[in-house]
Write a protein that binds this ligand. Sequence first.
Ligand code: MN
Length: 400
Amino acid sequence: MSWIDDPAFARDQPFGPQTLPYGVVDFGDGQQVAVRVGDHALPLRPLAADLGDVGNLVTGWTLDQLLAATRAEWSELRARLRDLVTGTGRPHGAQLVPLADARVRLPFTVGDYVDFYSSRYHAENVGRIMRPDSEPLLPNWTHLPVGYHGRSGTVVVSGTDVIRPHGQRRGSKGPQFGPSGRLDIEAEVGFVCGGPVARRVPTSNATEHIFGVVMLNDWSARDIQGWEYQPLGPFLGKSFATSISAWVTPLDAFAAARVPVPDPGHPRLEYLVEDSPWGLDLRLAVEWNGTVVSRPNFSDMSYSCAQQLAHMTVNGATVRPGDLFASGTVSGPEVEQRGCFLELSWGGREKIKVGDETRTFLEDGDTVVITATAPGEEGSVVGVAEVAGTVLPASAGDGG
Ligand code: MN
């Protein structure tokens, strides 16, 4: 039995010793790097000496030092941490903080942020809703992972409130300005980059440059987006906020969850071919005011994180520690697997049942929580921590 006395720290629970995600917490004594064990945070600065040569990677204020290290160092730290938390003796200086008593912080300095669009089901549904008179998939879609550069400065940690954005939207007598009336979510998986600065990263080298996985909510104002997006893509309809989970689950934890991506039906260009599969059998749940409204599966995504990273850097653009890229909305073939409310309400035409109420888009005060689990080794389960956010009225942003 481990010295950690927490029933949630078990192999059949999402945050047992098979997962060990990293985050940054503050419990009144300044912020520090911690590892999540069950429903507790274990701050690592006091334990650095127990972690050998790699202990110095977790003594800072954020995960930045850790992200700038190498895959070999990440693996060594994870192995040493696993020994430390599964041992019988409590290490000197170890302090377990209940998650309820720890304020979480944005875990790393976000560098460049890219958002992809890699669910065929999402892309087809949005195409049918937004452009009903044309082919839902544009001709490039099955040949490359479509994406755009987002705004890293407004990436926020789970639990941060989101103020309803203002903007322009289409009106019957010309454009109108005001608070968005069609505020939406996008349930996505985010990949946190690390390792040496690199360019032209082949799919076979993805593990050197992808440190871990977060849940990500790409908040989207559909009325603003619908008026502004052509011809250059998303801009102010998305840049007001992007939420990520407070805990980064290391990529190493997903060894038993790797699956091939679906066959595109034609040969891929060489730089997008994988020598081993990097799709993930990651099962998401989207909860709206406490009601689960969707359960998409990441294994339905048409491009893997390795293919996305290869594509993002194939032109010579660099990837740096702290860069973040997101998968695109995760949707599946079934209605109850749609990863945004634009799809679930079919463009606002169908009511979505949320507990005792109905919704099409988000109302002020609404809370959305997105979580995911994957199969782990030897029958265990691996969790990606929740990303949660509550909508504040547009007036909450006045005067700030
Ligand atoms: Mn998105």
